[in-house]
Design a protein around this ligand. Structure first.
Ligand code: C2E
Ligand code: CA
Ligand code: CA
Length: 512
């Protein structure tokens, strides 16, 4: 139906909207999964950092034990016995690679070199305790972590091999990027010692200080790891999201179709009371006195203005809405006309168009009863017009309906007569009261001999069957004269009056 309040919705707009509705749950789901993945990675780097602290503390604990054992030896000569004691700690303590004795900042005895002399600067040590070095003359370019335990002028050193440190950095987390920072130096998992600043990881960066030794570790993940994590962990959830996306896309498509469907639009218009009655006078063939009217539906559309019935009645019939629409039309007609019934001639005919959908049950009977009850008894005759192009099946229900309608005094007219195939038997079966000759035959008066011949036969037939006859579409004096001459009971057409709104019709009626 070309008529919608919103205007016709383009196919591409609808498709785009369907796409967006389908994408919405997928996007929302992806955002939630992304945040969830970020949280999982943050937790993972927190755990990694904690584990690293445990490992490095353990290494330093071993260094501390070695240094504690050696500290009482400081100041004694670096002889065979002391050197043995130094080497003993190296072999006994895991992770410890070498040990030294330092007296008054003179590093004078080593497990590796025996007696020697090198100056020690306590400022190299963070808190005087830890120094992360990038190798020494014996093993250049190999990280070393020196632990210093001092007491007055004495200090003992225990050195942890960089190999253990980098190994720990690599093994504790297979995926996270882990770094060990001691003062102004930091060690990466590739075994290299760097100066400040420590670069922070782009994803889930975490830093943790040891509670017992002056160092910290930082953990995090490289750029893009959230997506990698999602790809590894969430494939079943992706499928679920896709499923919901498709589902909501379908739902959106259905909803749009529904809200722009003709029946939805008609339903809206019915609720908004946009269907109103127009009235066209029906006059007597002999005197041209206004003897009745036909109620014609109009749609007072908020955008399109007044819409002709043939543009929407077929949709109303198809959707079954024609029944409540006709009911509303009858109620409005009674409300408008009943207060003015005194100005009607007696037996004023009021024609209402009905369709086959009205004949499926007996509801129409109540509608007609309610309609007639609003007029003074015997003042009006209700005529139901049923088009010949879609006549109803003769079933038990339709027989009962038509019988009851007749008992109520309601009359039946076959509309557009001559355009369909109703048989004589049919006319008798339904006890029809009027035939309305289709306007196409009237239009041919004086033009086409065959049509005039059909017209004459219909008029004769109706006389034989004792049926009233109404000629529609009378527009010229010639047509009027011809029909009146043939004794046609009632005439309807622009010559006598166009379909009019209620007030206008009543004013015109008063003039006649
Ligand atoms: P219809 O029942 O045959 O109604 C007569 C149609 O002819 C009306 O058109 C009327 O305006 C038009 N008409 C009357 N006199 C003349 C004339 O002298 N010349 C010409 N050219 N036309 C004339 P309308 O109002 O547009 O209605 C068209 C059709 O829509 C109706 O044909 C009827 O089948 C249907 N319709 C109208 N109202 C209703 C309704 O309330 N219910 C149902 N079911 N159908 C309706
Ligand atoms: Ca009609
Ligand atoms: Ca007609």
């Amino acid at each position: 139906m070309p008529l919608t309040v919103k205007g016709p919705q383009k196919r591409s707009t609808r498709a785009l909207r369907t796409l967006l509705i389908g994408l919405l749950p997928v996007l929302l789901g992806m955002i939630i999964l992304y945040l969830q993945a970020e949280r999982a990675l943050l937790q993972s780097s927190q755990q990694t950092a904690e584990e690293a602290i445990r490992q490095f503390d353990l290494m330093l604990d071993n260094s501390d034990i070695a240094a504690r054992v050696l500290l009482p030896l400081v100041g004694e000569p670096c002889d065979e016995t002391r050197q043995l004691a130094l080497r003993d700690q190296v072999t006994r303590r895991p992770f410890v690679r070498s040990t030294n004795l330092v007296w008054r900042n003179d590093n004078y005895c080593s497990s590796l070199l025996g007696r020697f002399s090198a100056a020690l600067d306590p400022r190299d040590y963070v808190d005087g305790r830890l120094w992360l070095m990038n190798g020494n003359p014996i093993t250049p370019d190999t990280a070393l972590l020196i632990y210093r335990l001092s007491q007055g002028e004495r200090s003992a050193l225990a050195t942890i091999d960089g190999y253990h440190l980098t190994n720990a950095l690599r093994l504790i987390s297979r995926y996270a990027d882990l770094k060990l920072q001691v003062g102004n130096s930091w060690l990466s998992a590739d075994g290299k010692v760097h100066g400040l600043p420590v670069p922070s990881a782009p994803v889930a960066h975490q830093e943790l200080d040891s509670a017992r030794y002056p160092y910290r570790v930082s953990a995090g993940f490289p750029e893009g790891d959230v997506w990698l994590y999602m790809k590894a962990q969430y494939p079943p959830l992706f499928s679920l999201l896709l499923f919901f996306g498709i589902l909501s896309g379908f739902a959106g498509h259905w909803w749009q179709k529904r809200s722009s469907s003709p029946s939805h639009e008609l339903q809206r218009a019915l609720g908004a009371a946009e269907f109103i009655p127009y009235f066209q006078p029906v006059v007597r063939g002999d005197t041209e006195q206004w003897a009745g009217l036909e109620v014609l539906m109009r749609w007072k559309h908020p955008k399109e203005g007044l819409v002709r019935p043939d543009l929407f009645i077929p949709f109303a019939e198809h959707s079954g809405l024609i029944v409540p629409m006709t009911r509303s039309l009858m109620q409005q007609t009674a409300q408008l006309l009943a207060p003015n019934a005194s100005s009607f001639s007696d037996n004023f005919h009021i024609g209402i168009n009905i369709t086959a959908s009205h004949c499926h049950d007996l509801q129409l009977l109540d509608d007609c009863r309610d309609f007639l009850a609003q007029f003074p008894a015997g003042k009006v005759v209700l005529v139901l017009e049923l088009t010949e192009r879609e006549l109803v099946e003769p079933t038990a229900m339709t027989h009962k309906l038509f019988e009851e309608l007749h008992k109520l005094g309601v009359m039946i007219a076959i509309d557009d007569f001559g355009t369909g195939h109703s048989s004589l038997a049919y006319l008798r079966q339904f006890n029809v009261d009027y035939l309305k000759i289709d306007q196409s035959f009237v239009a041919m008066i004086g033009i086409d001999a065959l049509s005039r011949h059909i017209l004459d036969s219909v008029i004769e037939l109706s006389a034989k069957l004792d049926l009233g006859i109404v000629a529609e579409g009378v527009e010229t004096l010639e047509q009027r004269d011809y029909l009146a001459g043939k004794g046609v009971d009632f005439l309807q057409g622009y010559l006598f009056g166009r379909p009019m709104a209620g007030d206008e019709f009543l004013t015109e009626l008063a003039r006649h």
